[in-house]
Write a protein that binds this ligand. Structure first.
Ligand SMILES: *[C@@H]1O[C@H](CO)[C@@H](O)[C@H](O)[C@H]1NC(C)=O
Ligand SMILES: *[C@@H]1O[C@H](CO)[C@@H](O)[C@H](O)[C@H]1NC(C)=O
Ligand SMILES: *[C@@H]1O[C@H](CO)[C@@H](O)[C@H](O)[C@H]1NC(C)=O
Ligand SMILES: *[C@@H]1O[C@H](CO)[C@@H](O)[C@H](O)[C@H]1NC(C)=O
Ligand SMILES: *[C@@H]1O[C@H](CO)[C@@H](O)[C@H](O)[C@H]1NC(C)=O
Length: 320
């Protein structure tokens, strides 16, 4: 019942969603797509029936905006996890398993070629479920089909050891009461809970402070056991939490590179503040702003002292 409603709604949402899901609609992200070796490389898993790269691309844009700069314009980018992203009966299970297996294989291939890269794992909806399968292992019953098992990714060796951050939104197969869930959805299991073994597979990533899952109440996909479920709660993660999630990913990415930020993983605001204080560029900006303010304060006093009417009020062109 729930799945059937969800399928129809998701297809509909693909054409009405405010968040950009395909590069043709947001060509500013085209330059981020690459298979080259990068300091920070994302693996993106899209939701059911979504085009590539899917709903997380704007969040990736926010992350890369902060990690790329003039001297390293391609330090951060992404590749798509290649998989069917299909649903409806057996198709969901075939597709999710394909995503889990391909996701792991692409990460293995990438770290073999690019052993110095830090990996960032992101996914939405079926893609969120798939990325949890990639890290913690997947498989089992869901929505009336049985997904084939895949093993967890061991965090002690590459590619698991190269993961800097993983964040999923509205994942289908997930368990209630996990410490890494944000958004209030921890009160409910998803379409099916994860097995004890799968949760144990995710725990090392949670313990390292590099795993986050966003799920809110009323989302019929990740929190179906809450009241008044509505597809709109499955689709507004990026408006509500995209920026917060991106700040967190950036702080984890910098930490993985050995750039100290303090790292209080529950508070992205304090991370921003700390980054602002410790980041050398930010310090230069703060100094410039201080000098700017001081300069105008002195000018104001000078103007006030000479009490020349031509300076009152200070025009906007003068301020430029
Ligand atoms: C530019 O970005 C790279 C990669 O993120 C970083 O290592 C470097 O410190 C940055 N440079 C400046 C001047 O911020
Ligand atoms: C991984 O690399 C192998 C060997 O180059 C290749 O055959 C395979 O298709 C790659 N897998 C993926 C998912 O890219
Ligand atoms: C991960 O690999 C390490 C070292 O090979 C091993 O000791 C550990 O048991 C493995 N963990 C899992 C969950 O397989
Ligand atoms: C989650 O925890 C609450 C409070 O301890 C408990 O009532 C609830 O049954 C748990 N949910 C699941 C699915 O385990
Ligand atoms: C930051 O990275 C260091 C290793 O470079 C690690 O020991 C520490 O636990 C990390 N902090 C967090 C909050 O992830």
């Amino acid at each position: 019942m729930i799945p059937r409603i969800a399928f129809v709604a998701l297809l509909y949402a693909a054409t009405t969603s405010a968040v950009c899901t395909k590069l043709a609609d947001c060509p500013q992200y085209e330059a981020l797509k690459t298979t080259e070796c990068q300091t920070y490389h994302h693996f993106l898993a899209r939701g059911s029936t979504s085009p590539y790269p899917g709903h997380v691309i704007e969040t990736v844009g926010k992350v890369c905006d902060q990690l790329n700069n003039a001297t390293h314009p391609k330090a951060c980018g992404y590749e798509d996890v290649e998989y069917w992203a299909m649903n409806g009966g057996e198709r969901w299970c075939i597709s999710a398993h394909e995503g889990a297996v391909h996701g792991q294989e692409q990460m293995r291939n990438y770290t073999q070629r690019c052993p110095d890269s830090h990996l960032i794992v992101m996914g939405f909806s079926q893609g969120g479920s798939t990325q949890l399968d990639v890290l913690g292992g997947g498989g089992g019953l869901l929505w009336g089909c049985t997904q084939e098992d895949n093993p967890a990714m061991n965090i002690t060796s590459a590619p698991g050891s190269k993961v800097a951050a993983a964040v999923v939104f509205g994942a289908t197969r997930r368990s209630a009461n996990q410490s890494y869930t944000f958004g209030g959805g921890q009160v409910s299991d998803g379409g099916a809970p994860r097995s004890a073994k799968q949760l144990a597979g995710l725990q090392p990533y949670a313990d390292k402070g590099i795993l986050r899952e966003y799920c809110q109440p009323h989302d019929p996909i990740c929190a179906p056991h809450t009241q008044n479920v509505d597809m709109k709660y499955h689709l507004d993660y990026f408006d509500k939490w995209g920026t917060e999630a991106a700040e967190w990913v950036v702080s984890r990415a910098r930490n993985a590179s050995g750039i100290t930020t303090g790292g209080d993983q529950k508070s992205s605001a304090s991370d921003i503040l700390r980054n602002g204080i410790t980041h050398p560029i930010a310090n230069v900006f703060m100094l410039l702003i201080a000098l700017f303010v001081l300069y105008f304060a002195i000018r104001r006093i000078a103007v006030w002292k000479s009490s020349s009417p031509r300076y009152a009020p200070v025009s906007t062109t003068e301020a430029v």
